[in-house]
Design a protein around this ligand. Sequence first.
Ligand code: UT7
Length: 332
Amino acid sequence: MSTGVLRAGIQGLGVYVPTRVLTNDDLAKMVDTSDEWITTRTGIKRRHIAGPDEVTSDLALIAARRALDDAGIGPRDLDLIIVGTATPDMFFPATACLVQDRLGAKQVGAFDLLAACSSFVYGLITAGQLIAAGAVQRALVIGAETLSRLIDWEDRRTSVLIGDGAGAAVLGPVTDGTGIYSGAVGADGSAGDVLKVQAGGSRMPISSEAIERKLHRAYMDGQAVFKLAVRTIPGLIKEAVARAGWTLDQVDRIVPHQANLRIIESMVAQLHLPMEKFVVNIQEYGNTSAASVPLALYEAVQAGQIRRGDRIVLAAFGGGFTYAACAMIWGK
Ligand code: UT7
């Protein structure tokens, strides 16, 4: 049914996680931690870790091919590829260009977007606006990460949290009342220090001293990130819902960034919504950064938890500090 209003809708989804699995018990053999601590503090039981020869574009490429198949289109039907990642294959060329080439998406525009764990939702909102404005027809938005490469595996405060993976969505124009209704993005650059990789950029090029001090590894003030997330995300979800012209109780599912089960539980309590409305798969994948929202979305769709016509909200937060939420009516 055509409503005449042009929106961007997700027409295909694909994901990929590496086959290698690291359990909490495996980690307890590597650092001073336990399955009990990780489970009760985070909800994580397992995570998937890239093999030695697997890089971000490899994960992204498989997810991308699966999303194109799901949408029933080929790489040359695309106009734009956005890869959201904090762990690109290299500084440049952009991982999106590497994926474009390997997909065979000749001449298709391609760029990376860095908003840490919020990158996929930022990318979806960006591409969605370009489609709604008629600037592009079809876009491929990918969240892909190999955070395992940035982690200090001896640091139990971060190593137990992360996992690798990729998720991709094909976005195209829809006029049947489904698609993206609103997007809300934000950032607080003054809180950049709570989650960072200091060395490797222009401020502190890689040096033996930086490596010695492990400044090329991810640093996180976990409690600070936790507080920022629980203070920001419920309001952000409300904003996306209000901008869509909906009320919170009309929302069928919320797909939150999978960083910590306790952060999701705090959202549940603050929004006064039932836990069943929140998609949770952190137990299987840990925090996969930009891949976390598409991975959770994909699994919820596969499980029949999200169906055509459902009102859903995707919400993410991450280093920067960045945050983004997107309200849509599911149309597949
Ligand atoms: O994608 C966005 C980025 N990241 C996040 O969203 C993460 C947000 N933060 C969090 O999820 C939580 O803050 C953590 C899971 C990182 C930590 O949980 P917490 O409840 O805030 O623990 P804590 O940092 O207050 O540490 C409590 C205790 C400490 O010991 P003491 O000082 O009480 O003796 C830590 O040293 O737990 C200790 N600890 C651990 N113990 C066993 C910290 N990490 C571990 C560990 N295993 N892996």
